[in-house]
Ligand binder design. Structure first.
Ligand code: 8YV
Length: 317
């Protein structure tokens, strides 16, 4: 049987077997390897009905516009702020992502960063490695208690809920802000972000990225979190006004930050790199063997499903 053709926009480098698994099943046109991508798109414009991409690479307007027969975009990852959804939906192009399978691992990293920040775990690691303990060079400062405190979640969706549930295991009170309250949870709802930030000891960002949430966490919200408050972001760097956050961390107007994502990643502000009250990861919250395997399986299921039924298994609504 001849393989169906797909266009793969970028390498799925975040899961080593993924590229080979796609090529084993499909006749893959690898856009990212083309020296002249526009010429490549022109050459194959009529043949491409399906795209495979990822959350970090997305699918831009020019690619969609270059492909008159495009019907489906299947993405690896849950976020789709990098895909021009409006242009795609206007042409009735279907989009799928890989939701649910990464909730737990992303929530675990939110908690890892929260604990690292509050209890100086990354700082302590640096302290030991630098032989400061052995050589009695100063002492690691006291940390901040986590158990029993107040956890604010911005964006109580699938990942936000997994973060909130873990908070209950730490005997925390949990509050959240969404556009609308949910009637299926018992957590305290705040209709304003500023009120949630004022209430919270730890504010964890788990909302979607893109234009609708750009700089949602601005200077006012950060000031409301206050000099003892800590912020954690496992969502998208664009949700926080990073310049304001760096300035307020420098001033001590907020106590610390645990960050997996950055506004202009992989560029990270130099100022953050020298702050011991900041714990950072290179956008790897979903990066476990198990979760990345599940994300690749979900991508393949969506592609297979589209080709056999015309429908996605996990469509983006
Ligand atoms: C991706 C993510 O792994 O799923 C998402 O939306 O941000 C991550 O899980 C990341 O984009 C890969 O670089």
């Amino acid at each position: 049987m001849t393989k169906k053709r797909i266009l793969q926009i970028g390498s799925l480098a975040g899961h080593a077997p993924a590229n080979a698994e796609l090529s084993a099943r499909y006749d893959v046109l690898e856009l990212w390897k083309a020296a002249d991508q526009e010429a490549f798109l022109r050459e194959h414009a009529q043949d491409i009905e399906v795209i495979a991409t990822s959350a970090n690479i997305g699918c831009k307007t020019n690619v969609i516009n270059a492909l008159p027969n495009l019907r489906a975009i299947c993405s690896w990852g849950v976020g789709y702020d990098t895909i021009d959804v409006d242009t795609a939906f206007a042409r009735k192009i279907k989009i799928s992502n890989t939701p649910e399978v990464l909730n737990d691992c992303v929530a675990d990293i939110a908690w890892g960063l929260l604990l690292a920040c509050a209890r100086n775990i990354a700082w302590g690691d640096r302290f030991v490695r630098a032989n400061h303990w052995e050589n009695k060079v100063g002492a690691l400062p006291l940390g901040t208690r986590v158990s029993g405190k107040k956890l604010g979640v911005v964006g109580l969706g699938r990942i936000g809920e997994a973060i909130a549930r873990r908070g209950l295991g730490f005997d925390m009170q949990v509050g959240y802000h969404n556009r609308n309250p949910r009637n299926d949870v018992n957590y305290q709802y705040f209709d304003s972000l500023v009120k949630l930030a004022e209430w919270s000891d730890f504010l964890v960002i788990a909302t979607v990225g893109g234009a609708s949430t750009k700089h949602l966490i601005n200077e006012t919200v950060l000031r409301a979190l206050g000099p003892k408050g800590m912020i954690v972001n496992i969502a998208r760097g664009s949700v926080i006004d990073e310049t304001a956050m760096v300035r307020l961390l420098e001033e001590g107007a907020i106590a610390g930050a645990g960050l997996d994502v950055f506004e202009f990643e992989p560029k990270v502000p130099d100022a953050l790199k020298s702050m011991n009250q900041v714990a950072m990861m290179p956008h790897v919250a979903s990066a476990t063997h198990e979760t990345r395997r599940a994300m690749t399986d979900c991508l393949l299921e969506n592609l297979d499903s589209y080709f056999s039924t015309g429908e996605m298994v996990t469509p983006v609504a």
